[in-house]
Each structure stands twice: as structure tokens, then as C-alpha cells.
Write a protein that binds this ligand. Structure first.
Ligand SMILES: [Cu+2]
Length: 268
């Protein structure tokens, strides 16, 4: 049975090796953070925007630090800990914050505090309270990126998993000392994927490097927080191995089962 025949018949992926590289990154000052109600958030719509209704919609602060909640909008808003579904949780409540006013809250307990606007319940945000100085000195809790790869038809798929939402990053792939892929991206979710094509049929390892550019809405660099710098490197070998063949076999069987059930004629 020839490997090549199987590959050309089945447009399928197989996981070759879960090469995992995690490197804690350093530095970000979370002793004070300012959150603003988004302009125009008195009308629905901001919840579907990249920025959200509170900017930043996810904010990180040290326990014992300071959160400044401010309202530059023309409408009055509240920053109320809790959720529209469950109501106020009691951690903080700005009360009705008129245009141009602000409120300060100093969290003392590590954890995640969701909040919302009592007047406009589509406005929701999250404050992450972390141990003071948690990501200084690269010891713990910085931005982490997990790099895994899978071989897909025609290339290698690089999957990234971040420890935070809204990471802006640059990913580069180098093979034989040559840059074969470079992209600047924003991960809306905690995961993202990129297709990297090896040089021809080259089986030499590909070096993947992920550099954090900051955390925040795409295009709003001035508001980005979080660590900036290299957060992960990983080596990927573009080659089918024994494990891959076993997984491929399982995948083929399940695809056949699925297509038989749904009566779709497979196009091979
Ligand atoms: Cu509001």
C-alpha cells in the first residue's frame, strides 16, 4: 500500500505531531487601567463591534490596583458588576455615571468580574483581576501561546492557542534560513490558524515564531496593552510519520461513515 496513493485519494488532514512550545512572556503594567463606555453605546450595535461597548471590553488589573471607569459618551451609563441575566453581583457599581464622569474601583480579590450597564444591558465587559506583578519577571501568568501543527493537503496548518483574547501578533515561518511565511494578525478568539507551505517537497523543519504586538482591538494600537515581544517558537517537521498514518486511517473510516449516512457522493 503506497502512502502516495492514499494522500492523493483523500483530501484529509492528519495530525503529525503535537509540537508544543510555551514560553511565558514578560512585562505589562496592570496597576492601573482605564475603561471607557464606548461612544454611542446607548444604542445597540456596539456589542457586535470589535471594540465592544466598554473599551477595552476585557481589562486586566492587579489586585490592589486601580480601575478607572469613565464615561466620555453623551448618554448616562453604569458599570455594574454582575450580568444582565443574574443582576448585580455587588463587587462594584458606579451608579448612573453621567457624561464626563468617572468612578474608581480597587479590586482586592483575584478573579474575573463581569459587568454590564443597567440602562443598556447589551453593554457588557470583563475585568480580570490578577495577582499583583503576576506577569513581571516572566514567572507566571504572562501571555502564553501554544503552537501545534497538523499536516493538511498541500501544506502545514499551524494552530495557535493564546491565554488571552484579542492578541495582535506577527507570525513568521522560516525554513532553511529563508522566510517562507509572514503575517500580522488579530486573534479575536483564543485560537487561530495559519497555513504554511513548505518549500516544494522540502522535508526540512520549519521554524515558527510568534511575536505579540499587544492586546486590544485591531487597528487601535494606542489602546493595546499586554506583553510585546516573542512569546513562542516552535519547530515543525513537514512529513507524514507513522502516527500520522494511523490517524489518517481512522479519519478515512469516519469520513466514509459520514458520507454514507448523509448520502453525499464523495468526489475523489
Ligand atoms: Cu449604558
Amino acid at each position: 500500500m503506497k502512502t502516495k496513493a492514499i494522500c492523493s485519494f483523500f483530501v484529509l488532514f492528519a495530525i503529525v505531531a503535537g509540537i508544543v512550545a510555551t514560553t511565558p512572556a514578560a512585562f505589562a503594567d496592570h496597576s492601573e487601567v482605564t475603561i471607557e463606555a464606548a461612544l454611542g453605546s446607548g444604542a445597540p450595535g456596539c456589542e457586535d463591534s470589535a471594540e465592544g461597548c466598554y473599551i477595552p471590553s476585557t481589562a486586566t488589573v492587579d489586585a490592589g490596583g486601580k480601575v478607572i471607569m469613565s464615561n466620555p459618551d453623551t448618554a448616562a451609563h453604569t458599570f455594574t458588576a454582575g450580568s444582565p441575566e443574574d443582576g448585580p453581583s455587588g463587587e462594584f457599581d458606579t451608579g448612573l455615571l453621567m457624561a464626563g464622569n468617572s468612578f474608581e474601583w480597587s479590586p482586592d480579590t483575584v478573579g474575573e468580574v463581569p459587568y454590564f450597564c443597567m440602562v443598556h444591558p447589551w453593554m457588557q465587559g470583563l475585568i480580570i483581576v490578577q495577582e499583583a506583578g503576576a506577569d513581571e519577571g516572566g514567572e507566571a501568568d504572562g501571555l502564553m501561546v501554544t503552537v501545534t501543527d497538523s499536516q493538511v493537503k498541500g501544506g502545514t496548518q499551524i494552530d495557535l492557542e493564546f491565554s488571552e483574547l484579542h492578541v495582535n501578533y506577527e507570525i513568521t515561518a522560516t525554513q532553511n534560513g529563508k522566510e517562507i511565511f509572514k503575517e500580522t494578525a488579530h486573534a479575536m478568539e483564543m485560537t487561530s490558524s495559519h497555513m504554511v507551505n513548505a518549500l516544494g517537497s522540502d522535508k526540512n523543519p520549519i521554524d515558527i515564531k510568534v511575536v505579540s504586538l499587544g492586546i486590544g482591538p485591531p487597528g487601535a494600537e494606542v489602546n493595546w496593552t499586554g506583553p510585546v515581544g516573542t512569546v513562542a517558537t516552535s519547530k515543525v517537521v513537514p512529513e507524514f510519520g507513522t502516527i500520522a498514518m494511523m490517524i489518517l486511517a481512522v479519519a478515512i473510516i469516519s469520513i466514509v461513515a459520514v458520507t454514507a449516512k448523509s448520502r453525499v457522493i464523495p468526489r475523489f
